[in-house]
Design a protein around this ligand. Structure first.
Ligand SMILES: Nc1ncnc2c1ncn2[C@@H]1O[C@H](COP(=O)(O)OP(=O)(O)OP(=O)(O)O)[C@@H](O)[C@H]1O
Ligand SMILES: [Mg+2]
Length: 401
């Protein structure tokens, strides 16, 4: 059918033609946002899920809703695990928030204090920015000690107090939370802790890979009680059908039942796969209704595209040793796997490959929800690994010079 009219949108954070199946999370977030802006307590939340399940799309949606409710917001995506990104990214964004607040009314004492804290924070973390020029006659020391865990809550408090003065609340939206450093995570937990204790109108909504819950708990033991962790999983079969049929019907076309069931089964409800199958099956079909035969004929194109885009880009970022480790995991199936079994598949012991495993967790390729367990963060990655590396090569210790 006409590719110009193809409604499907596989991509990273690409807005889907039909946003399906997230009602419980949307409802919970809606309540939290309404409570917080009205000065009632609500827990901050971190959306947890595997690669391609639709976390970014959901986070963006919640961000839009917060703005529509009148929140002042900051949205950022942590690019990698190198650390230090939080200060660099948040300073210019908070500066914009303060400028917007200033436009609502003349600078008040709290806004000046927030401007001062931001200047102190930026100096302490060596972030240069076009400083908020107003007054700056607040306390010249707050938020500038250089200790992230002390400074970030001071900074954020000053901003949410300035926002509260203007009758609004502050929403912080962070994607790829698992890449934050431990001090950054601890600082965020402490910020939420202080907001809860002081009745601050502040809500953090984050998204990232499943290991965050454990990371946040390690960073601050009370994180467990501070955050809720809504699970963003595959879409239910009903929601998956909706994600497929609504866009196609909007173009005046349809699927046969068999075609629909086939795609729901093939994709296991994973959002990225639904978009990908939809796109290639549409292009493959000659006419509506789209049949199961069309789906089967589209398989080679789907596989080639997924291998090239979704899987390969992640695989290419891994070292040879990491690729071997992933290949050994694939040998055992989709997972999760016992870490000892992976080492055995490589013909070695866990301690020999512990470093490789740690690096894979840091880069977000695998995660460990329970002690001694290892699983892929990318759905269906085991099948890709077997296609791309047909042979499992045993571990060989690196020779020391
Ligand atoms: N609720 C949904 N209904 C239909 N399609 C969706 C839904 N959520 C996401 N998608 C589609 O799935 C794809 C992946 O979404 P998104 O980038 O948000 O996933 P992600 O979980 O953030 O992935 P990653 O971990 O790789 O960043 C996009 O093409 C998007 O359009
Ligand atoms: Mg994402």
């Amino acid at each position: 059918m006409d590719p110009r009219l193809n409604p499907f949108a596989p991509g990273a954070g690409t807005r889907p033609p039909a946003f399906a199946g997230r009602d419980p999370i949307l409802e919970a977030a809606d309540i939290a946002l309404d409570r917080q802006i009205a000065g009632r307590h609500a827990n901050s939340m971190i959306l947890l899920g595997l690669r391609g399940v639709g976390k970014t799309v959901l986070l963006n949606r919640l961000h839009q809703e917060a703005k529509a409710k009148g929140y002042e917001t900051v949205r950022l995506e942590v690019p990698d695990a190198a650390g230090g990104h939080l200060a660099r990214m948040i300073v210019p964004m908070l500066d914009t928030v303060l400028r917007r607040l200033d436009r609502r009314r003349d600078a008040g004492a709290r806004l000046c204090q927030a401007g001062a804290n931001l200047a102190n924070f930026a100096a302490a973390f060596k972030v240069s920015y076009q400083g908020f020029a107003l007054g700056l006659d607040g306390d010249g020391l707050t938020a500038g000690s250089g200790n992230m865990e002390a400074d970030l809550p001071d900074l954020m408090r000053a901003v949410w107090e300035a926002a509260a003065d203007r009758g609004t609340a502050l929403g912080l939206f962070i994607d790829e939370v698992q890449y934050l450093s431990k001090p950054e995570l601890a600082a965020l937990a402490r910020t939420c802790h202080e907001a809860a204790q002081q009745g601050g109108r502040f809500l953090l909504i984050g998204a990232g890979l499943p290991q965050i819950a454990a990371l946040a708990g390690e960073a601050k033991s009370y994180a467990e009680r501070l955050f809720t962790y809504p699970e963003v999983g595959p879409l239910s079969p009903d929601a998956a059908r909706e994600a497929l049929t609504r866009p196609v019907e909007a173009e005046g076309a349809a699927f046969t039942d068999a075609a629909l069931e086939r795609i729901v089964a093939d994709t296991q409800g994973y959002a990225y796969f639904l978009q990908s199958w939809g796109k290639f099956v549409w292009d493959e079909a000659d006419a509506s209704p789209i049949t199961e035969d069309d789906v089967i004929r589209a398989h080679p194109a789907i596989r080639a595209d997924l291998d090239q885009s979704f899987f390969r880009t992640r695989f290419d970022r891994c070292s040879a040793a990491e690729q071997q480790y992933l290949r050994a995991m694939a040998e055992l199936g989709p997972g999760p796997h016992q870490t000892g079994d992976v080492a055995r598949a490589l013909g070695t012991e866990s301690s020999q490959v512990a470093n490789t495993r740690r690096k894979l967790i840091e880069s977000g390729m695998i995660y460990s929800q329970r002690h001694g367990e290892t699983a892929f963060t990318v759905p269906l990655f085991d099948t890709f690994m077997k296609r791309t590396m047909p042979d499992l090569v045993p571990y060989t210790p690196r020779k020391r010079a």
